[in-house]
Write a protein that binds this ligand. Structure first.
Ligand code: M6R
Length: 611
C-alpha cells in the first residue's frame, strides 16, 4: 500500500524523505514523489513512475536545500501507475500540495462539486480531488488550514492519512487521518510524520499517535494537535521499543531470511512477556479471570497468515478450554451479518493492526457489545487502540511482505491465551498446566536447532523444485492448519500455484490433479491421526507424487516419504511452531532459486489498509 514520510526541521528534507521512502518500499508501490520547500520559496515537486531509483535519478543535480517537505510512495488504486497520478498532488492554483494514503469513496460526488466551482483535474486520482476540496474550503471560509482540513474531513467518506503543505504557511506541514495509520516523530532536529514506524525509526523512537478525525500542525520547533472542532488537544509522547537494527538487513540477502532467523529470539521475547517462572501472567492485557470464566464462545477473525494462526488457535483453544471456537476470514465475517453471542469473545489477529477488514470486523463485534481481544504486533495501531484487550507480540518490525516472525509470535500469543483460559476455566489441571508451560519455554531452542540443521537440506531440495508449476500441502488437524500457511508462503513469493488440503479431503476431487512428479508436502506430527495422514500420503505417492514429509523426529515415515524433514519432538499443540519453519524455508529458497524479489512480491502490500 502507499507510504507517507514528512519532515520539518533543521536538516535537508529531501535526504530524510528519500531515506524514509526507501524504508517503506516493502509496503509495495508503483510510483513515488516528493515536495520540498525552502522558506519563502515555491514548493518544488518531483515525481517518477516505478522504483524509487527513478525518482533519485530525477533529483540528481537538483539543489533542493529546503528543510520542510513531504514524500509518498503510491500503490495505484484510482488511476493507473503513472507520473501524473503519482503524489504529491497540487490544487488548481498551487495553493495546496498533498500526499494521501487510503481511498476517498465519494470522490465522484466531490469531483462534480469541484466542477460546479470551475476546478479542473489533471489526474485520475481521488487524491487530487481531495487536494482541491481542501483548497475550496480554505478559500471559501478563509479561516486557515485547520478549518479547511476539518471541513474536508466532515465532507469526505473513506479512509485517509494526509500530509499537506499550504502555500501561505511556508514553515508548516499539516496532517490528519481517519482509518489509515500515521504517526508523528520528534527529535532535537525537528518533526517527522510517517505512515509506518520503520520510515522514521532511524531518526527517532519518540512518537505521538493521532486518532481518527484528528489533525496536527508540524512546525520546526513544535507540534500542535487539533480535534474536529479545531480546538487544540494534548497528546502524550510515547517511546517505541523497537530496535533500529531490526529494520536493517544486517548482512542478510533478504529481509525474509533475516526474519526467519530472528524467530528463536522473538519467540523467546514473546514467551517471556507472558510466562513467569511457573505461571502465565496476562495482567498486562487487562483480561481478568472473571471475564475468562464467563466466555461461552470464541470467534477468531483475521486475514491471510494471521487467519492461519487463527485456524491453529481454534484447535488448541477448543481442546484446552472446551469453549466452542469459530475462526473466520475478516472480509467474510464483516459482511455476513454475524450473530454473535453476547458472552462471546472476538479475537482479532493482525501483525500490522491496520488491516482494513480485520479492523472492520473488530468494530462489528464492538457494535454488538461483544468483548474483543487483539493479538497485535504494532503498538499504537488502530486495532490495538480499539480492542478491549491486547496481547502484544514482540516480533519487532517485520519488513518482508511474507510474514514469518510475526506469524510465529502470534502462535505463541494464541498458545498462552489458550493455556491460561483452559486453566482458569478448570479444564486443565495443575500438572498439565505446568507441563505446557515447561514445554513452551523450549520452543526457541528447538526452532534454532531446526535453522541450524535443516537449512542446507532445504536449500538443496528447493533448487531441485524451483521449476515446478504446482505444489500441494496436506495434513490433518493442526498439520492441516500449518499446511495452509506453508502453501501461502510458497505461492505468495514464488508465484508457483499451490494448494493446501485437509489430507482426508483429497480423495473428494483434488487427487485427480496428482501426476508423475507432482510435489506433495505432507505434514504429519499429530500422533492420534498419524496413520491416517500416512495413508493419504501413500495414496498420492502411488499416483506418482514426490512426497516431502515434515514430521517429528520420533515418527517413522520411511515407507512413504521421498524426502524427510524431521522437526524436534514437542507436545502436540506446539508442532505448528516447529513445522512452519521448514515450510518458510522452502518458500524462501524456491523463490531465490527462481531469481525473484522475495521481499517485495508483485501485486502485494505489507499491510492491506483498503478492502
Ligand atoms: O497485518 P496483518 O497480520 O493483519 O496482515 C494480514 C495479511 O495481510 C498477511 O498475513 C498476509 O497474508 C501476508 N502476506 C502473509 O505472508
Amino acid at each position: 500500500m502507499c507510504g507517507i514520510v514528512g519532515y520539518n526541521g533543521s536538516k535537508k528534507a529531501v535526504d530524510i524523505l528519500l531515506d524514509g521512502l526507501s524504508r517503506l518500499e516493502y509496503r509495495g508501490y508503483d510510483s513515488a514523489g516528493v515536495a520540498v520547500r525552502d522558506k519563502d520559496k515555491e514548493i518544488q515537486i518531483f515525481k517518477a513512475k516505478g522504483k524509487l531509483e527513478n525518482l533519485r535519478e530525477k533529483l540528481e543535480g537538483e539543489k533542493l536545500k529546503g528543510t520542510c517537505g513531504i514524500g509518498h510512495t503510491r500503490w495505484a488504486t484510482h488511476g493507473e501507475p503513472s507520473e501524473t497520478n503519482a503524489h504529491p498532488h497540487v490544487s488548481n492554483d498551487g495553493n495546496v500540495t498533498l500526499v494521501h494514503n487510503g481511498i476517498i469513496e465519494n470522490y465522484q460526488e466531490l469531483t462534480a462539486k469541484l466542477g460546479r466551482h470551475d476546478y479542473t483535474l489533471y489526474s485520475e486520482t481521488d487524491t487530487e480531488v481531495l487536494t482541491n476540496i481542501i483548497d475550496y474550503y480554505y478559500k471559501k471560509y478563509k479561516m486557515g488550514p485547520i478549518d479547511a482540513i476539518n471541513r474536508t474531513m466532515v465532507r469526505v467518506r473513506g479512509s485517509y492519512a494526509i500530509a499537506v503543505m499550504f502555500r501561505d504557511y511556508p514553515d508548516e506541514i499539516w496532517v490528519a487521518r481517519k482509518d489509515s495509520p500515521m504517526i508523528i516523530g520528534e527529535n532535537e532536529d525537528g518533526y517527522y510524520v510517517a505512515s509506518d514506524v520503520p520510515a522514521i525509526l532511524k531518526y527517532t523512537n519518540k512518537v505521538y499517535y493521532i486518532d481518527n478525525l484528528e489533525a496536527a500542525c508540524l512546525k520546526k520547533d513544535k507540534v500542535i494537535f487539533y480535534d474536529l472542532n479545531g480546538d487544540e488537544i494534548k497528546k502524550e509522547l510515547k517511546e517505541i521499543k523497537w530496535d533500529v537494527s531490526a529494520a536493517e538487513k544486517e548482512g542478510y540477502e533478504h529481509f525474509m531470511i533475516k526474519e526467519i532467523n530472528e524467530q528463536p529470539d522473538v519467540i523467546k521475547k514473546t514467551i517471556n512477556s507472558f510466562v513467569r517462572e511457573d505461571y502465565i501472567d496476562l495482567s498486562n492485557t487487562g483480561l481478568s479471570d472473571e471475564e475468562i470464566k464467563n466466555f461461552k464462545q470464541i470467534y477468531i477473525v483475521a486475514c491471510g497468515s494471521a487467519y492461519h494462526v487463527g485456524v491453529c488457535a481454534q484447535y488448541v483453544l477448543e481442546d484446552l478450554t472446551r469453549i466452542p471456537v469459530r475462526v473466520e476470514i475478516a472480509s467474510e465475517f464483516r459482511y455476513r451479518k454475524p450473530i454473535l453471542d453476547k458472552d462471546g469473545l472476538v479475537i482479532v489477529i493482525s501483525q500490522s493492526g491496520e488491516t482494513a477488514d480485520s479492523l472492520a470486523a473488530l468494530r462489528e463485534a464492538k457494535n454488538q457489545g461483544v468483548k474483543t481481544l487483539g493479538i497485535i504486533n504494532v503498538v499504537g495501531s488502530s486495532i490495538a487502540r480499539e480492542a478491549d484487550h491486547v496481547l502484544y507480540t514482540l516480533a519487532g518490525p517485520e519488513i518482508a511482505v511474507a510474514t514469518t516472525k510475526a506469524f510465529s509470535t502470534q502462535l505463541i500469543a494464541a498458545y498462552v491465551l489458550a493455556i491460561q483460559m483452559g486453566y482458569v476455566k478448570g479444564k486443565i489441571n495443575e500438572t498439565v498446566y505446568q507441563e505446557l508451560i515447561e514445554e513452551i519455554k523450549t520452543l526457541p531452542e528447538k526452532v534454532q536447532y531446526e535453522l541450524d540443521h535443516l537449512t542446507n537440506k532445504i536449500q538443496k531440495l528447493s533448487s531441485k523444485f524451483s521449476h515446478i508449476k504446482d505444489a500441494f500441502y496436506i495434513g490433518r488437524g493442526l498439520d492441516y492448519a500449518i499446511s495452509l500457511e506453508g502453501s501461502l508462503k510458497l505461492k505468495e513469493v514464488s508465484y508457483i500455484h499451490s494448494e493446501a488440503y485437509a489430507a482426508g479431503e483429497l480423495k473428494h476431487g483434488t487427487i485427480s490433479l496428482i501426476e508423475d512428479g507432482t510435489l506433495v508436502i505432507g505434514i504429519a506430527t499429530q500422533e492420534e491421526i498419524f496413520e491416517k495422514t500416512i495413508s493419504n500420503l501413500v495414496e498420492v505417492k502411488s499416483r506418482g507424487a514426490y512426497v516431502v514429509t515434515v514430521t517429528s523426529e520420533d515418527m517413522d515415515v520411511s515407507k512413504v516419504s521421498n524426502f524427510t524433514l524431521n522437526v524436534p519432538k514437542t507436545l502436540k499443540y506446539f508442532y505448528p511452531s516447529l513445522t512452519v519453519v521448514p515450510l518458510q524455508l522452502i518458500g524462501y529458497y524456491i523463490t531465490v532459486s527462481r531469481g525473484l524479489d522475495v521481499d517485495k512480491p508483485r501485486n502485494l502490500a505489507k499491510s492491506v489498509t483498503v478492502e
